[in-house]
Design a protein around this ligand. Structure first.
Ligand SMILES: [Cu+2]
Length: 184
C-alpha cells in the first residue's frame, strides 16, 4: 500500500498582517483628507502651472487718475511664461510698469515692452518700488476695504479673472504722495 502522505497545514493566516496594513492605509487616507480640507488662502489662485498670491490694489485719494496693483506670480511648471496683460474694472486701461532710476537719478516708471518673464521654479513680485500694474484712466477711486475685479493674462497659461482687495498702505516705494505724477 502506498503510505498516505501527511499533509502539513502550516499555512499562517495573513489576517493580522493585513489588518495592520489596513489600519495604516486608513491613517494615510485620513492624513490626505486633512490636507485636502485645509483651506487654500483666499488670496492664492492657480492658473495652469502658475500660482498667483496676495493680489492687492493701493487705495487712491479722491480724484486720483491712476492706481497701482501688486501681486506675486510663482511658476511651478517646467517652462517659462510671461505676464503680458492685465485689466481692472475701475480702469480705462491697465499697463504693466517697471520702475528704474534714469540718468538724472530720478525714479521713473514706464511700461514694460514684452511683459514680465516668470522662469520655471521662480517667482516674480509686483511690489511697491518695482514692477506694478498701473490702473490708468480711473472711472472710480480704489476704496480701502473694497475690492476691484480684474484679470491677468499670461502668454502660455492664458487669462485669470481675479479680485484685488484694496488696501490703504503707506506711501513708501515711490507710488504715494504725488501719485501718478510720472504719468500723463
Ligand atoms: Cu506706474
Amino acid at each position: 500500500m502506498t503510505p498516505i502522505p501527511t499533509t502539513t497545514l502550516s499555512t499562517i493566516t495573513p489576517a493580522r498582517a493585513s489588518a495592520r496594513r489596513g489600519l495604516s492605509r486608513a491613517l494615510g487616507a485620513l492624513a490626505l483628507l486633512a490636507a485636502a480640507a485645509a483651506p487654500l488662502s483666499a488670496e492664492e489662485l492657480r492658473l495652469g502651472d502658475l500660482v498667483i498670491e496676495a493680489p492687492w490694489v493701493r487705495a487712491t485719494p479722491e480724484g486720483a487718475r491712476v492706481a497701482a496693483g501688486y501681486l506675486v506670480v510663482r511658476n511651478t511648471g517646467a517652462a517659462a511664461d510671461r505676464l503680458v496683460g492685465a485689466s481692472a474694472e475701475i480702469a480705462g486701461r491697465t499697463e504693466i510698469h517697471t520702475m528704474a532710476v534714469d540718468d538724472k537719478g530720478v525714479m521713473t516708471m514706464r511700461p514694460v515692452e514684452d511683459g514680465i518673464a516668470i522662469a520655471p521654479g521662480e517667482s516674480v513680485a509686483l511690489k511697491p518700488g518695482s514692477y506694478h500694474l498701473m490702473l490708468m484712466d480711473l472711472a472710480a477711486p480704489a476704496v480701502a476695504g473694497e475690492s476691484v475685479a480684474g484679470s491677468l493674462t499670461f502668454e502660455t497659461a492664458g487669462t485669470l479673472e481675479l479680485t484685488f482687495p484694496v488696501r490703504a498702505m503707506g506711501g513708501m516705494g515711490g507710488m504715494g504722495g504725488s501719485n501718478g505724477a510720472a504719468h500723463d
